[in-house]
Design a protein around this ligand. Structure first.
Ligand code: KIV
Length: 278
């Protein structure tokens, strides 16, 4: 079934969990889609896990569009949501509208995601009014990494937690269809999920959220950078990949690969004709 913002809304009403993963390429998106994942996020985390950068700050709108196009080709049923990268929406409502429009028109995204609370509500409202669904993102918002002083759990103190509850309410009032809660205590995530009527999608926010999202390279055990506590590695694909690359390297070096089974042959007659002197 094609997933839309309405199926997300219905899932919360029916108490059914929503599953999301990040996706940056066609093949992964297609496999996730076939596995029944409801939503694919073309996250600006691609700066780190796809490009090897230290953080997400230098990711551009053009990069997001490029990856969104690839993901859309693989996503037959999943809802495709694309991150608006750093400084593509914070600068003004007009910039936010222009860049959200590009991500939808050129990339084919079905929704966009913006990081931040009350301060970005004018942008959220304008984008939603233009007919583009918006997913919010509060808690640990990686585009504010320098302001946070590192990748740290947010909302542990009551005062901070209250600000996050107010941010979630403000985003809902501005028209967001869903909100990512990243790296917040599970008690706070439960409180937010029960306070607002739109679905919360947790990452490092415990099981009370209406849905969950993970970065797929983390889930597959591929990423060797930061290993947050909330990541569950379902398989060690990185180890399997390294073993395969190593075996390939030594088989080529030893002349084991390619063997006859992996090569093309001429008929005996054709070979004789080729080697026969005129
Ligand atoms: O960029 C990203 O991958 C994200 C998720 C971690 C929610 O924003």
């Amino acid at each position: 079934m094609k997933q839309t913002i309405l199926t997300f809304k219905r899932a919360k009403e029916n108490n059914e969990k929503i599953t999301m993963l990040t996706a940056y390429d066609y093949i992964s998106a297609s496999l996730m889609d076939q596995a029944g994942i409801h939503g694919l996020l073309v996250g600006d985390s691609l700066g780190m896990v796809f490009c090897g950068l230290e953080n997400t700050l230098s990711v551009t709108v053009d990069q997001m569009i490029y990856h969104t196009k690839a993901v859309r080709r693989g996503a037959k049923e999943a809802l495709v949501v694309t991150d608006m990268p750093f400084m593509s929406y914070q600068t003004s409502v007009a910039d936010a509208l222009y860049n959200a429009g590009r991500i939808v028109k050129e990339g084919g995204a079905e929704a966009v995601k913006l990081e931040g609370g009350k301060e970005i509500c004018p942008q959220v409202e304008a984008i939603v009014k233009a007919g583009i669904p918006v997913m919010g993102h509060i808690g640990l918002t990686p585009q504010s990494i320098n302001a946070f002083g590192g990748f740290k759990v947010q909302g542990k103190a009551a005062k901070e937690a209250k600000v996050l509850i107010e941010s979630a309410e403000a985003l809902e009032a501005a028209g967001a269809f869903s909100i990512v809660l990243e790296c917040v205590p599970e008690e706070l995530a439960k409180c937010i999920s029960e306070t607002i009527s739109i679905p919360t999608i947790g990452i490092g926010a415990g099981k009370a959220c209406d849905g969950q999202i993970l970065v797929y390279q983390d889930l597959l055990g591929m990423y060797e950078g930061i290993a947050p506590k909330f990541v569950k590695r379902y398989v060690e694909i990185g180890t399997a990949m390294k073993a395969a690359f190593t075996q390939y390297q030594s088989e080529v070096a030893d002349g084991v690969f390619p063997d006859t089974a992996h090569s093309f042959q001429m008929t005996k007659e054709n070979f004789e004709a080729l080697t026969k002197e005129d």
